[in-house]
Design a protein around this ligand. Structure first.
Ligand code: P6P
Length: 336
């Protein structure tokens, strides 16, 4: 192993970004580092999740006499706490909370960002050791600095995001985030507890051979969606195939794999759920921002995900996201 290998940590990377953009105030970098800190704490508990019997199930008291929380509640608390005690975030909205939380202390009301997150997506997979993730989205607030944030600060279209990212707690733990300047991936080095730049300037391949969809819902999809899925199943070498179907059932893992290798992920509307299952503000918008910056595309089947004007915090949307050329082929099937 090259002991002199020079890896940049998340702190060094965000400080370098500051040096490159002197007009930046450093608040966004501070917010991203806060999320990185919360994710490291969540990672510790996620890695122990298989030891629930020792740690005690949620609602019990563990050997240290501490109340054991469900992991997604724990993750929500960690993210909320670091952001509330920081200097950059004026409020949060979370998949775990019915309404947004305004940080109304004297310091937080002067912060210029709000953050929305799904603290632990796919948590139903924890007890079978399938990768899960944290997804987050950052906006500049639209209400005046110095006032308490309102719902208006959270109901912004995805094209107003200033940053978005996710953490995938998998075979290794990665933090991937995008600003308009690019998408960068950091792998947690547990030996020193640092996020280290392992995937600089991520670009999604224009084409891939992976399509991801829950085939169990096949007969609930629109005809056009079924037609496209059949096209994926019949691709040959001559037309860029054959494709392989990969579906983990954990959005962060499925979309992360397709971002890196190229591919398309679909969660269409169904007859049971015409709006689909995935949430616009803290699942689809962050991934749509990341994928777009990386050169891919994301739509609800009619318009770009980032152009949807939100009306509710927890609204759902169908999602089609992935490699540019694969998305363009899909759109020819979805066009009205
Ligand atoms: P289905 C996990 O519960 C989740 O919210 C996403 O992470 C994942 O992509 C989706 O649901 C899987 O849903 O209906 O295919 O099991």
């Amino acid at each position: 192993m090259n002991v002199n290998r020079r890896v940049q940590t998340l702190d060094e990377f965000t400080i370098q970004q500051l040096r490159d953009f002197p007009q930046a105030t450093g608040e966004l970098s501070h917010l991203l580092r806060n999320i990185g800190l919360a994710a490291k704490r969540v990672n510790v508990e996620v890695n122990k999740a298989g030891l629930v019997d020792i740690l005690g199930d949620a609602g019990t008291v563990n050997v240290q006499g501490e109340e054991v929380k469900k992991l997604d509640v724990y993750a929500n608390d960690q993210l909320t706490r670091v952001l509330q005690h920081g200097i950059a975030c004026a409020g949060i909205a979370s998949e775990e909370l019915d309404d947004f939380v305004a940080f109304d202390d004297a310091k937080s009301v002067k912060s210029k960002y709000v953050c929305l997150f799904d603290p632990l997506d796919g948590s139903s997979n924890i007890d079978v050791n399938v990768s899960i993730g944290t997804i987050f989205s950052v906006y500049r607030r639209v209400t005046p600095i110095g006032t308490v944030v309102t719902k208006q600060d959270f109901l912004q279209p995805g094209n107003q995001q200033v940053a978005a990212g996710y953490v995938v707690y998998g075979s290794s733990t990665m933090l991937v985030y995008a600003t308009r300047r690019g998408v960068n991936g950091f792998t947690l080095d547990p030996s020193v507890g640092e996020w280290t730049l392992s995937h600089p300037d991520i670009k999604c391949p224009e084409r891939g051979k992976i399509y991801s969809v829950n085939h169990g819902n096949f007969f609930q999809y629109d005809d056009n969606v079924r037609k496209y899925i059949n096209v994926c199943q019949n691709k040959t070498k001559a037309d860029g195939g054959p494709y392989t179907q990969r579906y983990i059932g954990s959005m962060v893992s499925d979309v992360h794999r397709n971002l890196i290798k190229g591919g398309i992920f679909m969660y269409p509307g169904t007859t049971d759920r015409p709006k689909g299952k995935l949430r616009l503000l803290y699942e689809c918008n962050p991934f749509a921002f990341i994928m777009t910056v990386a050169g891919g595309k994301a739509t609800n089947g009619k318009i770009g995900i980032l152009d949807i004007e939100p009306t509710e915090l927890h609204q759902r949307t169908p999602l089609y996201i992935g490699s540019k050329l694969m998305m363009e082929e899909l759109e020819t099937y979805l066009a009205p």
